[in-house]
Design a protein around this ligand. Structure first.
Ligand SMILES: Nc1nc2c(ncn2[C@@H]2O[C@H](COP(=O)(O)OP(=O)(O)OP(=O)(O)O)[C@@H](O)[C@H]2O)c(=O)[nH]1
Ligand SMILES: [Mg+2]
Ligand SMILES: [Zn+2]
Length: 347
C-alpha cells in the first residue's frame, strides 16, 4: 500500500516537474501570424500581428494554403511562423503561407522563361511612367495592366517627372493619359520632386496595400520619400550615358506609412511576366476589347484574321488604340517586349 502511494506521489511529482518545462517550450515555440515586409531570398522580415518584426527563414518545402505548389515566399505574403531561440538570438521559422489573393510577377532578366513574384496580396498597383530618363513604352504599360487585370488588382498610372517636360512632351502625356482613362484606368500626372499631385496619390492610397512599380530610375523611391519624408530611401541620378536608372533599390520592401497605408517599393524592372493563361483569355484582360467581344461572330475570336470581328472593326475606325492592339499581338505571340525600339505612335 505504501509502495502504491509512493508511486502515485512520484507520478504527481513528475507531472509537476514536467509541466513547467512544457510551458517554457510552448512559449518559445508559439505559432504566430504575420506579413512579409522584406525578402532577401534567404531571410524574410516578417511583421507579426503583435507589431514586432522577426527575421525568419523557411524550413524545407511547405504547402501554400490548399494548393500543392511549393513557392518561395514574397513580400506581402501572410505567413505562419514559430520562433526558435539559440543563445541570445531569436529567429522565426516560416512553416505555412496563406493562399495568395493575387500577385504581380516579373520576368527574370537572365532566363526569359522564368518568372518571379514581385509582391503578393496587393490592393492597388501603381505603375510609374516617364517619357524619358528612362523611357517607358506602351508595350511595357500594357503588360503591366494585363498582369493586374488577370487578378482584378486596381491599377493606376502615375506619369512622373512632369516638372521636366517641355510643351510637346506634356502633350504626349495628355494623349497617353486620355488613352488609358478612356479604357477605365486612373491616371495622375505627378512630380515626386516638386510634390505635384502628391496629395491626390495619398488619397488613392489610404487604407490600402500599395505597390510602386516601373523601370529603374522612374522615381519609385523618390515618390515614397515624398509621401513619407522620414523614410529617407536611397535614390540615385539617372546614368548620363545610358539615360537609364542605376538599379538603386535592390530588394522589394514594404513600409508602413503615417496616413494609414502601406507601400511596397520595388527594384526597377525591364519586363512584366504574364500569368499562365489560354490565348483566348488574353483579350479579356484588355477591357476595351472585352467590351467589343459581343460583336465578334465567333465567341472564341482571337481578333486576328477572323471575319466579322468587333475588335478589328473598332480598330479600323480608330475607336481603340493601335498601340494597344500591337501590344496584344505581341503578347499573343509570346514575343518579348520591344521596349528599346517601340514607340507611342500609331505606326
Ligand atoms: N526632375 C525630377 N526628377 C525626379 C522625379 N522623381 C524622381 N526623380 C529623380 O530620378 C532619379 C531616380 O529616382 P529613384 O527614386 O532612385 O528611382 P527608382 O524608380 O526608385 O529607381 P530604382 O530603385 O533603380 O528602381 C533620381 O535622381 C530622382 O531625384 C521627379 O518627379 N522630377
Ligand atoms: Mg528605388
Ligand atoms: Zn474578334
Amino acid at each position: 500500500m505504501i509502495w502504491i502511494l509512493l508511486r502515485l506521489n512520484l507520478i504527481r511529482l513528475n507531472k509537476t516537474l514536467f509541466l513547467p518545462k512544457v510551458a517554457i517550450f510552448v512559449l518559445l515555440n508559439r505559432a504566430m501570424k504575420g506579413t512579409v515586409y522584406k525578402s532577401t531570398g534567404s531571410w524574410y522580415t516578417v511583421k507579426a500581428e503583435n507589431g514586432i518584426f522577426y527575421e525568419c527563414r523557411i524550413k524545407g518545402k511547405f504547402r501554400i494554403g490548399g494548393s500543392k505548389n511549393t513557392n518561395p515566399v514574397s513580400v506581402g505574403d501572410h505567413v505562419y511562423f514559430k520562433t526558435e531561440t539559440k543563445g541570445d538570438e531569436t529567429v522565426g521559422i516560416i512553416y505555412e503561407i496563406d493562399a495568395r489573393e493575387n500577385y504581380i510577377i516579373r520576368k527574370s532578366v537572365k532566363l526569359a522563361k522564368q518568372t518571379q513574384i514581385i509582391a503578393a496580396n496587393i490592393d492597388i498597383a501603381f505603375l510609374l511612367v516617364t517619357l524619358n530618363n528612362p523611357a517607358t513604352f506602351t508595350s511595357f504599360i500594357d503588360r503591366f495592366l494585363v498582369t493586374a487585370e488577370a487578378y482584378s488588382i486596381k491599377a493606376v498610372l502615375l506619369f512622373n517627372k512632369v516638372d521636366t517636360y517641355n510643351k510637346e512632351e506634356l502633350e504626349e502625356i495628355k494623349y497617353l493619359a486620355a488613352l488609358y482613362r478612356n479604357i477605365g484606368y486612373e491616371c495622375v500626372a505627378i512630380s515626386a520632386k516638386t510634390d505635384k499631385n502628391i496629395e491626390k496619390v495619398k488619397a488613392l492610397m489610404k487604407q490600402k496595400v500599395c505597390m510602386f512599380s516601373g523601370h529603374s530610375g522612374v522615381g519609385k523611391s523618390t515618390l515614397v520619400n515624398a509621401l513619407e519624408p522620414g523614410l529617407n530611401l536611397k535614390t540615385s541620378e539617372i546614368s548620363e550615358q545610358h539615360q537609364q536608372g542605376q538599379h538603386t533599390t535592390t530588394f522589394t520592401q514594404m513600409y508602413d506609412l503615417s496616413f494609414d497605408s502601406q507601400i511596397i517599393d520595388t527594384p526597377g524592372i525591364k519586363g512584366f511576366g504574364v500569368v499562365e493563361m489560354d490565348e483566348e483569355e488574353l483579350g479579356d484582360y484588355f477591357p476595351e476589347f472585352f467590351k467589343l467581344k459581343q460583336y465578334c461572330k465567333f465567341n472564341n475570336c482571337l481578333h486576328i484574321e477572323e471575319p466579322k470581328c468587333g475588335v478589328k472593326k473598332a480598330l479600323e475606325k480608330e475607336e481603340i488604340a493601335w498601340s494597344r492592339y500591337k501590344s496584344y499581338l505581341q503578347m499573343l505571340e509570346g514575343e518579348e517586349e520591344h521596349y528599346r525600339i517601340d514607340n507611342y505612335g500609331n505606326e
